[in-house]
Each structure stands twice: as structure tokens, then as C-alpha cells.
Design a binder for this molecule. Structure first.
Ligand code: NAD
Length: 361
């Protein structure tokens, strides 16, 4: 270990955002990184391959719900801080199997909080003062907006999906552990991310892969739901900034300042695909768009007010949606074997999260 450099635990390190954060932390030599990941279907070792020979990075395969395993990691590796991203994250899967979401997102966070509460009590006064915990959450905890306005850090929680509820539960636990036990914690709530290595069940990679295969691109309902899109590397930068310099006990919203209706987003994506694939047999790709039945409880609109993060810590997204989508399309075109492997072994692109009478997890 390089002396003076902090050791950080990143949970969910092999996931979409966690791996981008690990790559960012190591590319900028900001910390020695210990990744923890259960390696669920959503994880990707390839997303961490670039760190394979980095002596300052280590990946531990473990479940955050396993208190003993977490205790062993903390007591042997003595981290200076934790950025917590491990979660079940796909809303449609939370409709099919809510129990797994409660288990990892809520109970897993509780286990981590208890382990950190104990670990923190063993630290010297100096280390206690410098230890920090960043809990990474979502805008979905705030529920749904009408046509105007945006979520601020003081917007009341109103989660509508089992995913959002399990994350809201975790946010409340983190707040309580800070207020009651003085755990040095911060919460960040972010809007929809996109970029390389996102598991192709999520809207943007699913649409790209469907288009590449000449298949229908499903758009829920009338495609009028609005999301605020943030390029994943910009989120990684925000996360480290909040972890490093955010005020303890505070919440920070992170947003992309890029609101789009789903159908408009798909349209922009299809134009980029048309340019990237001039010989495609399915030009224009927009002809593949197909409206399908809506997601139960589908939130109408999310929009983030991230002025607090901007004014206190000077962060704004760097990547425009157009540039981010171009980079993302280029990445998926160059990494079709990664996509094919997922398609053949893990997820073939079928519809998830439709209510079936009498089915429960
Ligand atoms: N993707 C987004 O748009 C978005 C937006 C805002 C907030 N977030 C939050 O950011 C975090 C990361 O999201 P993502 O999109 O990278 O998710 P992801 O699904 O791509 O990755 C999640 C990772 O967590 C791991 N994991 C799951 N259960 C675990 C457990 N019990 N123990 C250890 N590891 C476990 C998985 O193996 C996977 O590698 C989540 O907490 C999510 O709620 C995501």
C-alpha cells in the first residue's frame, strides 16, 4: 500500500456503477480499493479486467448480508471509508421477486451499518474522525413528479416500486444510524445512469442490443415517462467528491440535467444507431420501436435538482446526453461478445415484471 493513500471499500464493485467508480478511483490514484461483490447475474468481471494487475485493487467475493464475512473484511483490511453500491437494481425484477430486493437493499445495508458501527468503535480517535460512509441511493425514493418541478434533498419520500421502497428503507436506516449512533454517513440520490457495462435489461443497452439484432425495441405504455439521464463516469466523479468533501449527515442529489421522454430518448438512440450502422437491414432503426403494456406502478417523471451539490462542491455533469449516447452506442458495438455472452447465459431480453396473479417471491 502507498503510504498516505486511503483504503476504501466499494460494495457492488463488479456492477455497472461500482465498476466505473473503481476504475475512476484507480485511474486517478485516489485510493486503494477493496471491492466487495456477491457476483450476482448483474456483475461483470470484465468491467474490472483493466484493474486485474493493479496491486492497489482487490476484489472480494462476498454477500453484504453476511455479517461475519463483512466483519472479517473490515477487521483484516481496516478501511478508511466505504462507498456502498451493492444492490438489486432492476425495477421489473423487483416486481417479480421483491424479497431479494428487501434482503440485499434493506437488510444488507442494515448488516453493513451494524458492522461499521462496531468497527468504528474500535478505531483510534484520529481514524474515527476521518472514517466516512457514503450510501448510494436513487431518485426513485421520491416517487413520481407531475409535468413540472424537480426533486430536492428535502422532498418527502414516496417510493412506488418494491425496488424504490427497499432503497428508501435503506436511506432511512442510514439516517437513523447517523442520528442515533453518530455513524459518519452521507447519502447520495442519483437519477438514471447509462454507459458502458450496463446490464442489458435496462432501457438504453436493451434498446441498443434489440436494434443490433433487428428485434422490436419495447417502449412501455405510451413512452411518455420522463427520466433524467446521467453518464456513468460523471456519476463516479460525483460520488468520490461527495464521499471526500460532502458534509456528514447530509443528503446530496445527483442529476444529469438531461430530461427526456422515453420515446424521445429511443428516437435519439435510433438516429445514432443509423449513423453508426449505415448498412443495417433495419434502417431507420426507429421502425423497430414498439409500444408494449405499461409497467405496473410506472413513475411518470423524475427530475433532479442538484444545486446543493453544484454550489457546495462545484460538481456538474460533464457529458452531454448526445455525446454520452454516442460513446455508449460505440461501446456496445465494440463489445458485442460481452453482450452475446449475457444473452446466451444470463438474460435473453425477454419482458420482466408483468404482474401474474397468485405469484409471489
Ligand atoms: N443504475 C442507475 O441508474 C442507478 C441510479 C441511481 C442509483 N443507483 C444505485 O447505484 C447502485 C449501483 O447500481 P448499478 O446500476 O451499478 O447496479 P448493478 O445491478 O449493475 O450492480 C449491482 C452490483 O451489486 C452486487 N450485489 C447484489 N447483491 C449483493 C449482495 N447481497 N452483496 C454484495 N454484492 C451484491 C451485484 O453482484 C452487482 O455487481 C445501486 O445501489 C443502485 O440503487 C443506480
Amino acid at each position: 500500500m502507498v503510504s498516505g493513500m486511503r483504503t476504501l471499500i466499494v460494495t457492488g464493485a463488479a456492477g455497472f456503477i461500482g465498476s466505473a467508480l473503481c476504475r475512476y478511483l484507480r485511474a486517478n490514484n485516489l485510493a486503494r480499493v477493496i471491492g466487495i461483490d456477491k457476483m450476482t447475474y448483474a456483475s461483470s468481471r470484465e468491467a474490472l479486467a483493466v484493474l486485474g494487475n493493479d496491486p492497489q485493487f482487490k476484489l472480494i467475493e462476498a454477500d453484504i448480508c453476511n455479517g461475519q464475512a463483512m466483519m472479517d473484511v473490515f477487521s483484516s483490511l481496516r478501511p478508511d471509508g466505504v462507498i456502498h453500491l451493492a444492490a438489486e437494481t432492476h425495477v421489473d425484477r423487483s416486481i417479480d421477486s421483491p424479497g431479494e430486493f428487501l434482503q440485499t437493499n434493506t437488510i444488507g445495508t442494515f448488516v453493513l451499518l451494524e458492522v461499521m458501527r462496531y468497527y468504528n468503535s474500535t478505531l483510534s480517535q484520529d481514524l474515527k474522525l476521518s472514517f466516512r460512509f457514503l450510501h448510494v441511493s436513487t431518485d426513485e425514493v421520491y416517487g413520481s413528479l407531475g409535468p413540472s418541478g424537480s426533486f430536492t434533498e428535502t422532498t418527502a419520500y414516496a417510493p412506488n416500486s418494491p425496488y424504490a421502497a427497499s432503497k428508501a428503507n435503506a436511506d432511512h436506516l442510514v439516517r437513523a444510524w447517523h442520528k442515533t449512533y453518530g455513524l459518519p454517513a452521507i447519502i447520495s440520490n442519483c437519477s438514471n445512469n447509462y454507459g458502458p457495462f450496463q446490464f442489458p435489461e435496462k432501457l438504453i443497452p436493451l434498446s441498443i442490443i434489440k436494434a443490433l439484432n433487428g428485434q422490436k425495441i419495447p417502449v412501455y405504455g405510451k413512452g411518455l415517462n420522463v427520466r433524467d439521464w446521467l453518464y456513468v463516469d460523471d456519476h463516479a466523479e460525483a460520488l468520490y467528491l461527495i464521499f471526500d468533501r460532502g458534509r456528514l449527515g447530509e443528503k446530496y442529489n445527483v442529476g444529469g440535467a438531461s430530461e427526456r421522454r422515453n420515446m424521445d430518448l429511443i428516437q435519439e438512440l435510433c438516429v445514432i444507431l443509423d449513423e453508426a450502422l449505415p448498412k443495417s437491414p433495419t434502417l431507420p432503426h426507429l421502425q423497430l420501436l414498439e409500444f408494449v403494456s405499461d409497467r405496473p406502478g410506472h413513475d411518470e417523471r423524475y427530475a433532479m435538482d442538484f444545486n446543493k451539490l453544484k454550489s457546495e462542491l462545484g460538481w456538474s455533469p460533464r457529458t452531454t446526453l448526445k455525446d454520452g449516447l454516442k460513446k455508449t452506442v460505440a461501446w456496445y458495438l465494440e463489445n458485442q461478445t460481452w453482450c452475446e455472452d449475457i444473452r446466451s447465459r444470463k438474460y435473453g431480453g425477454e419482458r420482466l415484471g408483468q404482474l401474474q396473479a397468485g405469484k409471489s417471491s
